[in-house]
Every structure is written in C-alpha cells, then in structure tokens.
Design a protein around this ligand. Structure first.
Ligand code: BLA
Length: 312
C-alpha cells in the first residue's frame, strides 16, 4: 500500500533551472519551471481528463509592462478536481516563480496540492505540500487518513531539503506534517534533485465521493477558509502587485490563483481570522500576528505536532 510514493513526480529543479529557455513544445514550455508544470499536467492527464477552466481565458495572456518578464497562467478542472492551476513568472536575470495548486470538489476532503517556489540568483524558497483541509493537530482522524502512511516521505527528503528555518507561524496550520519547507542557495541547485511525491494524484484516484450534505458543506467551508487566507496573506501578493498593478493583481488572486474565494462561501477574512481585526473594523495588513517561529521541523516522525513549546 505504500508503493504510491513511487507513483511520484520526479522533477529536477537543478536541471530545469539550468536548461532555461529551451522550449519543449508542451504547455508552459520556455520557462524554467516548465518541466514541473508539463510533467505535473502529463501525470494528471494519465489519470483523468483535464478541461480548461473558465479562468484560464482571462489570465493566460496577461500583458506585462515589463518586456523582460514572462508570465504563464494555466487552469483546468476535471472529475473530482474543482481547480488545478499553475502560474509561472520569469523575470530575466532576476527571479522565477512557480505557484501550482490543485483543489478538489467539496464532495471530497482531499488535501490541497501546493507547490510554491520563489527563486532569485541567490536562493530558492520552496513550499511543497499536501496542505490539509482540516488542521491535523486538531483532526487526528484526518491526519491518519491522509498522512500516516506517507510520513516515511519526510525522512527521505529531510536530508536533501532541510527545514527552511523560522517561518510565519500562521502558515503552520495550513501545512501538513509532510510539508517540504526549505530554502536553498541557488549555487547548489545542480546538486539538488527535488523528488516531489505526486501522491496527490494517487489520493485523488482513491478518493470516494461523499454524499452527506453536512460533510460536503464542511469540506467546502474549509476550502473557502484556505482560499480566504491565501487570497489575503500570500507572501507573493506584494510582488504580484508590483508586477501587474494593484487591480490586476487583485483580479488574479481572486479569480485565478484562489478562484472560489468569492463563490464557495460568504464568510469574510475576519470571520475566519478575527485576530486580524483592527479597531476600525478593517483587516490588519500585517502578514502575521504571531510572528515567526519554528527553527526546526515542528512535527515528529509520526506527524505529531511538537512545536508548541518553541512557539512562545
Ligand atoms: C516567501 N513564501 C515565502 C515564505 C513562505 C512562502 C512560507 C517565507 C516567508 C514566510 O515565513 O512567510 C509560501 N506560505 C507559503 C505558502 C503557504 C504559506 C505556499 O503559508 C501556503 C499556505 N511566492 C509565490 C508567488 C510569489 C512568491 C506566486 O508563491 C510571487 C509572485 C514570492 N514568496 C515570495 C517572496 C518571498 C516569499 C518574494 C520572500 C518575501 C517574504 O518573506 O515576504
């Protein structure tokens, strides 16, 4: 049963970084992260039928003021998958971005596949995870259902991709015990082979449709909460604003990257995260109320959260 980790996506970040600009003819080609994206899409197509998502039309050809920057946005849906979308940005001699995510239909409680990489000449900031729909510290049943059998993955990647150090503490409850959160020097990139388990597709194959209306509504609300968080506080947002302007960045975030934030639920950011309320009722612009913590990986080998003491 644990063979599914081999049904993995193997993607060499080093290789794709150094092959920069060689087009392979498939979607997303020509960007350093095109290999990741086309591989992920190919893997997905082996198992399901991707249909272009309505959001793709509006965003795939966003024009930038800056000729040195290439922007590529793709989005799809499929049976069981509400939204699978990918954004890659490359600014020549400056930085590269990958933001890839997949969200299931609310009839499934699948984790959210999340691959984010921000690369400059100096370093790469990487978050790779199956973000849990339900906080795994609170919902042990959910943790067991999706993470227990894949915990061994952590040992496999931990050496190659060590914990990235202190992190915005709010992020932790959106991360799973198998999260890869790492920062590596770009000079080392050729030595780093990132094998990201595309376990998500395996989980998707196995996912069984939920019929209970209350459970479906709860799944939908949890997904909405996640979208609401990221649409407001994603670390990439300020850079997107700089790149395409405030209003287009807002459209991109609301209607593409975190599409569903305006339709899956009616609760506001402050309904979900009241600690961000300011006296005048507006949302505190700070990224984090708690600050950064967790110098080391705050989960043990069984995926039990052990970060409490350090969080003080
Ligand atoms: C930095 N991106 C980061 C950091 C994290 C993430 C953890 C380190 C800073 C921190 O502690 O917050 C990513 N955080 C996540 C993800 C989740 C989360 C994926 O909570 C999911 C729940 N990154 C992008 C995109 C851009 C981008 C699209 O995904 C730009 C367009 C940029 N990320 C970016 C930049 C930084 C960063 C510029 C460094 C700046 C900073 O620390 O604020």
């Amino acid at each position: 049963t644990e063979e599914w980790l081999l049904a993995g996506l193997a993607c060499s970040w080093g290789e794709s970084m150094s092959s920069g600009g060689v087009g392979g003819g498939s979607l997303g080609a020509g960007l350093p992260y095109h290999k990741f994206v086309s591989f992920a899409l190919e893997e997905t197509r082996l198992r399901t039928t991707l249909t272009p998502h309505p959001s793709q039309e509006k965003f795939k050809s966003i024009k930038l003021n800056d000729d040195n920057t290439v922007f590529n946005a793709l989005s799809f849906s499929a049976p069981k998958i509400r939204l699978l979308r990918s954004l890659t940005i490359e600014k020549k001699n400056s930085y590269q971005v990958l933001d890839f995510a997949a969200f299931s239909e609310p009839e499934y409680d699948l984790p959210i596949f999340c691959a984010n990489v921000f690369t400059t000449h100096a370093q790469s900031i990487v978050v790779l995870d199956l973000n849990p729909l339900y906080d795994t510290t609170v919902h042990k049943d959910y943790k067991d259902k999706y993470y227990r059998s894949i915990m061994p993955l952590v040992h496999k990647y931990n050496e190659l991709l060590p914990w990235g150090g202190k992190i915005t503490s709010e992020s932790l409850k959106f991360f799973s015990p198998i999260v890869i959160w790492t920062i590596f020097e770009s000079t080392e990139h050729n030595h780093h082979v990132l094998h990201s388990a595309f376990v998500w597709l395996e989980l998707m194959d196995q996912a069984i449709k939920e019929n209970n209306k209350a459970t479906i509504a709860r799944n939908q609300e949890e997904q909405h909460k996640y979208l609401t968080w990221r649409a407001e506080k994603d670390p990439g947002y300020p850079l997107l604003k700089k790149l395409i302007g405030e209003s287009r960045a807002e459209d991109l975030v609301m209607e593409f990257l975190f599409e569903g934030v305006n339709t899956l639920g009616t609760k506001s950011f402050l309904d979900y995260f009241p600690e961000y309320a300011r006296d005048d009722g507006s949302v505190n612009k700070k990224r984090s109320m708690i600050g950064k913590s967790f110098e080391t990986r705050p989960w043990d080998a069984n995926g039990e959260f052990i970060g409490d003491a350090e969080a003080q």
